[in-house]
Design a protein around this ligand. Sequence first.
Ligand code: HEC
Ligand code: HEC
Ligand code: HEC
Ligand code: HEC
Ligand code: HEC
Ligand code: HEC
Ligand code: HEC
Ligand code: HEC
Ligand code: HEC
Ligand code: HEC
Length: 323
Amino acid sequence: MRCRAHIFSVVPLVVCSLVMAGRAKPPRSEPPNKKPKQSAQSHKYVRPTDPSLYVGTEACKTCHEELYNAFATSPHLVTTIDSKLDARKGPEWHGCEACHGPGKEHVEGGGDKTKIFAFKDVSPAESSARCLDCHQSSHEQSNYGRSAHLQSGVSCTDCHSPHHAKDTQSLLQESSPKLCYSCHLDVKAQFVRPFHHRVNEGLMQCNDCHNPHGGFERHQLRTVAGQDEVCYKCHADKQGPFVYQHEAKIEGCEACHTPHGSTNQRMLVQNQVNLLCISCHSTGGNGAPPTPSFHNQANEYQACTLCHTAIHGSNSSNVFFTP
Ligand code: HEC
Ligand code: HEC
Ligand code: HEC
Ligand code: HEC
Ligand code: HEC
Ligand code: HEC
Ligand code: HEC
Ligand code: HEC
Ligand code: HEC
Ligand code: HEC
C-alpha cells in the first residue's frame, strides 16, 4: 500500500482513496519474461564437519585445472586462507568444498558426478543457502530471505557466477543493467523514454535506488538516513526542512514523478502540469484545498508552476511562490 498520507490525516480512508483515484498510476508491470524455478521454503545448509570427508582445493586442481586457475584470481580465494576466516576454520569453509561440499567420494569415484553438489536441479532456496551461510551476516545480503527475488524463485546464481562471471567486479552473470533487463523487460522500456534517469548511460545504477538482495521497503527500495525516500540521497534540496512543506510529498515523490522514465518533462506522471495539480486540488475533500475560483483555466493560470515555483516546499511562501 503506497498511501502513507493516512498517518497524518483526520479522515484516513477518504484521503487515501481520493488521492489514489485522482492520480494516473503507471501501468502495473508485466511479469518478467524469464520464469525461474519455484522457490522452496527457506533452507539451511548444514555443513558436514568430519574433516576426513574433505580433500582440499589442491586435490580438485588435478582434474579441474582451468576452474582452479580462475578461482585463484577470484575473491573467493581468501576462503583458502585460514587466518582470514576467523570463526570458519574447518575444511568445510575452505575453497571449492566450501560451496560444493565434501569432495572425497567424488574424487575417489574418479569424478563421480552424483557424489558432488553442483548447484543444478535444486531449489533456489537450497542453492542460495550455500552462499548465505557466509554472506548472510553482510548488511547488503541479510534480507535475501524476504526478498521479492528469492520469493519468486530467483537464486544468487541467477545473478552471480563464481566461475564464469562476465562482470568480475561483483562476479555478475552479466553487468547491470543488462542483467536486470534480461528479466525486467517492462523496466527496460521505461528507461528508454525521452525523460529518464541516466542508468543506460552509466551515470547511475539500479542499485542506487534498489537493493537487489531485498530489504524492508516496498519494491526493494533503499532508504537514506532516517528511513526517508531514497530520492533524497541525490536530491537533498527537495527534502527541506521547509517552513512550508507541500504535503503532497507525504505520499512520496512518485505521487508526481515516474522514477524510471517518462514521456513527460521532469518525469511527471501527467503531461500537463495543471491536470496533475488538479488531480488533488479539485474538491478539497482530500486535504488539498481546491484551486481558487479566480484561477481561470482557459488562460494564464494553466501553467501552475510558473507562479507556484517552489513546488517541493518553501521557507517564505505558504503557497510556494518563492523558495
Ligand atoms: C579424478 C579427477 C577429479 C577430481 C580430483 C575432481 N573432479 Fe570434479 N569432476 C571430474 C569429472 C570427470 C567430472 C565430470 C565432468 C563431466 O562429465 O562433465 C567432474 C565434475 C565435477 C562437477 C560437476 C558435477 C555435475 O553434476 O555437473 C563438480 C561441481 C566438481 N566436479 C567439483 C569438484 C571438486 C569441488 C573437486 C575437489 C574436491 C573435484 N571436482 C575433484 C573429475 C574430478
Ligand atoms: C563461491 C562458491 C563456489 C566456489 C568457491 C567454487 N564453485 Fe564451482 N560452482 C559454483 C556454482 C554456483 C556453479 C554452477 C555454475 C555457475 O553458476 O557458475 C559451479 C560449477 C562448478 C562446476 C561445473 C562446471 C562448470 O564449469 O560450471 C565444476 C566442475 C566446479 N564448479 C568445480 C569447482 C572447483 C574445482 C572449485 C575450486 C577450484 C570450485 N568449483 C569452487 C560455485 C562455486
Ligand atoms: C565459505 C564462505 C563463502 C561461501 C560459501 C560463499 N562466499 Fe562469496 N565470498 C566469501 C568471501 C570471504 C568473499 C570475499 C569478501 C570480501 O572481499 O570482502 C566473498 C566474495 C563474494 C562476492 C563479492 C565479489 C566482489 O568483487 O566483491 C560475491 C558476489 C560472492 N562472494 C558471491 C557468492 C555466491 C553467489 C556464493 C554461492 C554460490 C558465495 N559467494 C559463497 C565467502 C563465501
Ligand atoms: C537480482 C540479482 C541479484 C541476486 C539474486 C543476488 N545478487 Fe548479489 N549483487 C547483485 C548486483 C547487481 C551486485 C553489484 C552491486 C554493486 O555493484 O554495488 C551484487 C553484489 C553482491 C556482492 C558484493 C558486494 C556487496 O554489495 O555486498 C555480494 C557479496 C553478493 N552480491 C552476494 C550475493 C548473494 C550471497 C546472493 C544470494 C543470497 C546474491 N548476491 C543475490 C545482484 C544480485
Ligand atoms: C531513481 C531511482 C530508481 C532507479 C535508478 C531504478 N528504480 Fe526501479 N523503482 C524506483 C521506484 C521509486 C519504484 C517504485 C515506483 C512506484 O511506486 O510507482 C521502482 C519500482 C521498480 C520495480 C517494481 C515496479 C515495476 O515497475 O515493475 C522494478 C521491478 C524495478 N523498479 C526495477 C528496476 C531496475 C531493473 C532498474 C535499473 C534498470 C531500476 N529499477 C532503477 C526507483 C528506481
Ligand atoms: C532471473 C530473473 C531476474 C533477474 C536477472 C533480475 N530480476 Fe528482479 N525480479 C525478478 C522476479 C521474478 C521478481 C518478482 C516479480 C516482480 O515483482 O516483478 C523480481 C522483482 C524485482 C523487484 C521488486 C519488484 C516489486 O514490485 O517488489 C525489483 C526492485 C527488482 N526485481 C530489481 C532487479 C534488479 C535491480 C535487477 C538487476 C540487478 C534484477 N531485478 C534482476 C526476476 C529477476
Ligand atoms: C543516485 C542519484 C539519484 C537518485 C537516488 C535519484 N536521482 Fe533523480 N536525478 C539524478 C540526476 C543526476 C538527475 C539529473 C541529470 C540527468 O538527467 O541524469 C536527476 C533528475 C531527476 C529529475 C528531473 C528530470 C528532468 O527532466 O529534469 C526528477 C524529477 C528526479 N530526478 C526525480 C527523482 C526521484 C523521484 C527519485 C527517487 C525515486 C530520484 N530522482 C532519485 C540523480 C538521482
Ligand atoms: C506535487 C507534485 C510533486 C511532488 C510530490 C514532487 N515533485 Fe518534483 N516536481 C514537480 C513539478 C511540477 C516539477 C516541475 C517544476 C517546473 O515545471 O519547474 C518538479 C520538478 C522536479 C525536479 C527537476 C527540477 C528541479 O527543481 O530540480 C526534480 C529533481 C524533482 N522534481 C524531484 C523530486 C523529488 C526528489 C521528489 C520527492 C521528494 C519530488 N520531486 C516530489 C512536482 C512534484
Ligand atoms: C498528491 C496530491 C497533490 C498534488 C498532485 C498536488 N498537491 Fe498541492 N497540496 C496537496 C496537499 C495535501 C496540500 C496541503 C494542504 C494543507 O496543508 O492544508 C497541498 C498544498 C498546496 C498549496 C498550499 C495551499 C495552502 O493554502 O496551504 C499549494 C499552493 C499547492 N498545493 C499547489 C499545488 C500545485 C501547483 C500542484 C501541481 C504542481 C500541486 N499542488 C499538486 C496535495 C497535492
Ligand atoms: C498567475 C499566477 C498563478 C498561476 C499560474 C496559478 N496560481 Fe494558484 N495561486 C495564485 C495566487 C495569487 C494565489 C493566492 C495566494 C494567496 O492567497 O496568498 C494562489 C493560490 C493557490 C492555491 C491555494 C488556495 C488556498 O485556498 O489556499 C492553490 C491550491 C492553487 N493556487 C493552485 C493552483 C493550481 C492547481 C494552478 C494551476 C492549475 C495554479 N494555482 C496556477 C497564483 C497562481
